[in-house]
Write a protein that binds this ligand. Structure first.
Ligand SMILES: Cc1cc2nc3c(=O)[nH]c(=O)nc-3n(C[C@H](O)[C@H](O)[C@H](O)COP(=O)(O)O)c2cc1C
Length: 353
């Protein structure tokens, strides 16, 4: 069975224009990543996980994650925490910031998060997990989604019993990354569990894990009955993978296109994070973009610089034709003044631009 990834689908009243969702990734899913994802065919994009405790305490960096641009919608903002009432208050804040969907993280396997009772540990405490979903769904006023792993331990099938309970508690959609928390990113995502989950719930399920090509996306959609696939690592420095998966356009980008996308990405990120934070944040992206045989190998090292302006200069020197594409891409960006400004946000959040 061929599944058309360009079909739209719904999460309650929110229409998602394609069957591809861009994964939330901490340290990756900045605004520039999300809006680029939308341009290349993602029907829904998601922020990285945002700490509800950080929001509660109005931590500046945490509030900075709530910057939403006009061209990102539909957008989910993901929150994590373990206290239902604090999560509900966080949900209110992310909706005020412009989220169309509130996503709850029950999948993070990192100890710093799980030891606080948040993330994947909640799969072992279904009563608390349900109380969180109920509290968030009761206050958000927008659909609530949950992203989870298969369970904590290898071989766990916890997602299959917890998932239906979360739907009863008010989740409008479930995303399953069918690896255990213990596995982290090793082994393979076992999408036979995704198929079992689809059988057990009457809300759309999103399949996450190891989707890197159109062929894989179609197989997973066809064999699981999931409403959409989620793409994470495959899209790092590679928005063209999204185009291939959604539209079947496997054209390799030219050097000019790669340089231009990276330049716009870097400038946007400087605007969002400020030069100092962006310079460090961007370093991993340089390798992701210019790798894959797109530029001679030593070029990746050449870009490990402290100044993003200097990186841009080197990219333009290596691919002069990129300048014209940059101009075109930047002319299509919405005015930053259109971003929603929350009363509670210190003005310094916007210092980056
Ligand atoms: C660097 C990185 C950061 C991630 N951060 C988050 C996160 O903040 N929230 C979340 O729910 N999942 C997070 N994930 C998991 C992804 O959303 C996704 O489920 C997982 O990577 C499997 O999909 P993939 O094989 O397409 O990468 C992260 C993954 C990576 C690689």
């Amino acid at each position: 069975m061929q599944v058309d990834l360009r079909q739209s689908w719904w999460i309650r009243e929110v229409e998602i224009p394609t069957r591809l969702v861009l994964a939330p990734m901490a340290g990756v899913s900045v605004q520039a990543f999300r809006r680029q994802g939308r341009r290349y065919g993602a029907g829904l994009v998601c922020s990285e996980m945002v700490s509800c405790a950080g929001l509660e305490h109005k931590n500046e960096r945490t509030l900075g994650y709530l910057r939403v641009a006009r061209d990102e919608h539909p957008l989910a903002i993901q929150i994590f925490g373990s206290e239902p009432q604090v999560m509900a208050e966080a949900a209110r804040m992310v909706v005020a910031a412009g989220a169309d969907i509130v996503d709850i993280n029950f999948g993070c396997p990192v100890r710093k998060v799980t030891k606080t009772g948040a993330g994947a540990t909640l799969l072992e405490d279904p009563d608390r997990a349900c109380a969180i979903v109920e509290a968030v769904a009761g206050t958000a006023g927008v659909p609530v989604s949950v992203k989870m792993r298969r369970g904590l331990e290898n071989g766990s099938r916890a997602c299959l019993t917890v998932g239906p309970r979360l739907v009863e508690a008010g989740a409008a959609t479930l995303t399953l990354h069918p690896r255990s928390a213990r596995q982290m990113y090793t082994g393979e995502a076992d999408h036979s569990l995704t198929a079992e989950l689809v059988e057990r719930v009457d809300v759309p399920v999103i399949a996450s894990g190891d989707i890197t090509s159109r062929a894989r996306a179609q197989t997973v959609l066809a064999t699981t009955g999931a409403a959409a696939v989620m793409v994470g690592r495959g899209a790092q420095g590679n928005p063209w993978a999204l185009r291939e998966i959604v539209a079947g356009d496997a054209t390799e980008p030219s050097r000019e296109e790669v340089a231009a996308e990276l330049i716009v990405f870097a400038r946007e990120t400087v605007r969002e994070l400020g030069e100092r934070r962006a310079a460090g944040f961007l370093k991993k992206f340089y390798g992701w973009y210019v790798g894959r045989g797109r530029f001679p190998k030593p070029f990746k090292q050449e870009l490990q610089l402290e100044s993003t302006d200097e990186v841009v200069r080197r990219l333009l020197a290596a691919a002069p034709g990129a300048a014209e594409i940059v101009e075109e891409l930047e002319s299509e960006l919405p005015d930053p003044a259109d971003e929603i400004l929350l009363d509670s946000m210190p003005i310094s959040i916007y210092g980056g631009g």
